[in-house]
Design a protein around this ligand. Structure first.
Ligand code: NI
Length: 164
């Protein structure tokens, strides 16, 4: 078990475009995924991207009990399937203690590979679609605050949701 340090907003590594994985089913890739799963579980996150622990590869993991199956997704591609967008509060392990309202398309198809190189191809909507978009953004150097349209709707969660 290895819990890694999560890079925080302000670290330039979070703004880089990550590189594709070229070899699947290697001990190095397995070790990276184990570290990511341990780190995400320890921090109670819904998702984690490799660049958030300082690894420059297109690997994300995500999962939320009863809502989003735990998934290891490598070299992902997204197709947006609707013009409909929805705004919801997001948080991020690289932006601890804060939340922001982010507009995103509600329905997507995503494709990629698991750690063994088996293809993944899913069409999803709602929260699942949002989590995947948030994680894949990390691979392109985009943190969710960059997508907030009205920065008044970005703040500390204990203040924003006080009394709710
Ligand atoms: Ni994040």
């Amino acid at each position: 078990m290895a819990i890694k340090t999560t890079l925080k907003m302000g670290n330039p590594k979070l703004y880089e475009v990550a590189k594709p994985v070229e070899k699947f089913n290697t001990p190095e890739l397995q070790a990276l995924i184990k570290d990511m799963l341990d780190t995400m579980a320890h921090l109670n996150g819904a998702g984690l991207a490799a660049p958030q622990i300082g690894v420059d590869l297109r690997v994300v993991i995500f999962g939320v009990e009863d809502e989003v199956p735990t998934t290891i997704l490598i070299n992902p591609k997204i197709d947006v399937l609707t013009k409909e967008k929805e705004s919801e509060w997001e948080g991020c392990l690289s932006v601890p203690g804060m939340r922001g309202l982010v507009e995103r398309p509600t329905k997507i198809r995503y494709r990629g590979f698991d750690e063994k190189g088996n293809p993944i191809d899913r069409t999803v909507s709602g929260f699942h679609a949002r989590v995947v978009q948030h994680e894949i953004d990390h691979l392109d150097g985009i943190l969710y605050p960059l997508r907030i349209k009205d920065l008044r709707l970005f703040g500390f969660e204990d203040v924003l949701f006080k009394g709710l």
